[in-house]
Design a protein around this ligand. Structure first.
Ligand code: B12
Ligand code: SF4
Length: 476
């Protein structure tokens, strides 16, 4: 009998995504470093599929294990990148899956394989899928269920499982934990062999991403994070993370480097922008990107963007969502406070005139008619044609970028509830929708389709989506 449990984290494949190696799925990396601080070493298995057959349909196909590849990252720093072989699980006592909803069917398939082939293994599921689909996960059939279901924070439950403080029972055990503060946690692991595979640029410079906080003060009805309490990581932790990212980029031989802050509470106030700019400067990043909001840009203008720009900031992400005032009102981003489409136009103009390009996220909503579609087309056409007054690190002109997606109402969102009670006329969700089809941005910029009724037919929305995405620049 080994003295300590041996633990493997698993990231299931993201088969519907255009590129699996754009951003690492950070959840398990935060847990790894926390366990390491508690003298528990863990390995990480990144599963991915190499797709070379083009993308025929946005609808999910069952997982073919022969198509799967695996990158095994061992705690000592060694790694193995090869075809998937389930014998990889054999020597572990605990296998913990980190699962977002579109990954769920594959995670279930892999868990079923483990339960059948290696019954000694305790299996755990964490991540945003069990958070928002807890009932479905707990009620999986017995050949697929997980011994532990962790719907919220993973730090404490994973420590308890690893140290044997909790033991498996004959039915799934739910371990719910929510740390009031995240200030004493270590930064995520950044395994070299994984970071080496990532390929994302900001303003012409290779970039990795991180987050500064969990939760969000806004209330978009299409998003599960609406009014989830904001919990920030400590400044020390963010600094340590940036230091690690910078060191990894250096050892990868990247002479220029950038960082992206992926949370929605990045550029919120002049004070906060200044604070982030100082850290970015301290670790000598050439460029960075973060998210902001249209009304904040309109309100603070250069007070918000100047420190960003002075520290190399080239692009901001903004959820501009729609050019239809009707849809914007329904989204309710600011919890009852009016937000206007006119501010969307103004925010883009302000950023561009300061030499900052905008990555605009827009959506098509299933209640939209020809007028709504036309209004958003106008907004998108404006964004892609508005001139950005600056060049990137490669001295190329900068362009705004647009993502056009079709809203996928995950469980836990206000729109899911509204549609379920018939509060949005002409829209019905397919109650049997496969979670693997619940994604809003996948290969070829396409979206999954979870509806049985929408205001316009699916094909019209998809033609609109393809048109908007076709306006995107060839680089950013
Ligand atoms: C960065 C980001 C991305 C990045 C990187 C992915 C990633 N997961 O890191 C990219 C761009 C690739 C991405 C893509 C998508 N994303 Co995203 N993303 C985020 C974001 C902003 C931060 C993720 C993060 O780093 N969190 C920090 C870590 C610490 O949190 P965490 O992953 O939840 O992990 C904690 C717990 O869940 C738990 N845990 C996690 N794994 C495990 C494993 C075990 C064993 C245990 C015990 C616990 C555990 O412990 C951790 C610490 O408490 C989140 C919102 C957010 N703030 O979390 C959305 C979010 C996760 N994304 C979301 C969505 C919808 C998507 C997409 C489907 C969008 C699309 N393309 O259609 C894809 C799905 C990609 C996929 N893997 O399937 C939703 C997920 C909803 C859902 N039901 O799953 C979220 C919650 C945003 C939202 N509110 O809509 N995303
Ligand atoms: S989509 Fe809206 S509610 Fe969700 S994280 Fe972004 S700003 Fe917050």
């Amino acid at each position: 009998m080994r003295e300590k449990n041996s633990i493997l984290f698993v990231k299931p494949p993201d088969r519907y995504l255009e590129n699996e190696f754009v951003y690492p799925q950070l959840g398990p990396h935060y847990l790894q470093s926390f366990l390491e601080e508690n003298d528990i070493e863990t390995d990480l298995l990144i599963l991915y599929e190499k797709r070379d057959d083009g993308f025929a349909s946005y609808d999910r196909k069952d997982l073919d294990l022969n198509e799967l590849n695996m990158l095994l990252l061992k705690h000592g720093g060694t790694s193995l990148d090869t075809k998937f072989d389930h014998a990889v699980f054999k020597d572990y006592d605990i296998v913990g899956f980190s699962v977002m909803t579109p990954q769920a069917p594959d995670a279930y398939t892999l868990n079923q394989l483990i339960r059948k082939t290696y019954p000694h293994i305790t299996t755990v599921i964490g991540g945003s899928h069990p958070r928002y689909y807890q009932n479905q996960v707990v009620n999986l059939p017995s050949d697929k269920w997980f011994d532990f279901v962790v719907p919220q924070d993973g730090w404490v439950p994973m420590l308890e499982i690893a140290t044997g403080k909790v033991v498996r029972k004959s039915t799934p055990v739910v371990l719910t934990s929510s740390l009031p503060k995240l200030t004493s946690l270590p930064p995520p692991t950044r395994p070299y062999a994984l970071m080496e595979k990532y390929n994302f640029e900001i303003g012409g410079v290779p970039a990795f991403h991180t987050i500064t906080a969990l939760g969000c003060p806004f209330t978009c009805h299409f998003c599960e994070s609406g009014i989830e309490k904001v919990r920030t990581f400590s400044e020390r932790m963010i600094e340590e993370d940036l230091e690690k990212i910078a060191a990894t980029q250096k050892s990868l031989g990247q002479d220029k480097k950038a960082v992206m802050f992926f949370d929605d509470v990045g550029l919120m106030s002049p004070k906060q922008v200044k604070r982030l700019s100082d850290v970015v400067n301290k670790y000598e990043f050439d460029s960075w990107r973060a998210f902001t909001h249209a009304y904040l840009l309109v309100r603070h203008k250069e007070l918000l963007l100047q420190p960003f720009k002075d520290s190399g900031g080239k692009r901001v992400g903004i959820g501009l969502e729609t050019g239809s005032q009707r849809s914007l009102d329904l989204i309710n981003k600011r919890n009852g406070k009016k937000q206007s489409v006119a501010e969307h136009y103004e925010a883009v103009s302000i950023a561009n005139s300061m030499g900052v390009a905008v990555d605009a996220f827009t959506m098509i909503y299933p209640w939209e008619d020809e007028n709504d579609i036309e209004d958003t087309n106008k907004l998108v056409e404006f964004i892609v044609s508005n001139k950005v007054d600056g060049v990137d690190e490669k001295q190329r002109p900068m362009y705004n970028h647009v993502d056009s997606t079709i809203m996928s109402p995950f469980q836990g969102t206000k729109f899911f509830d509204m549609i379920s009670i018939g509060a949005l006329p002409n829209v019905k969700i397919d109650p049997a929708a496969d979670p693997g089809n619940l994604y809003y941005k996948g290969a070829d910029g396409g979206s999954g389709w979870p509806y049985i009724q929408t205001r316009l037919p699916r094909a019209e929305y998809e033609i609109t989506q393809a048109y908007r995405n076709s306006l995107r620049p060839s680089y950013r």
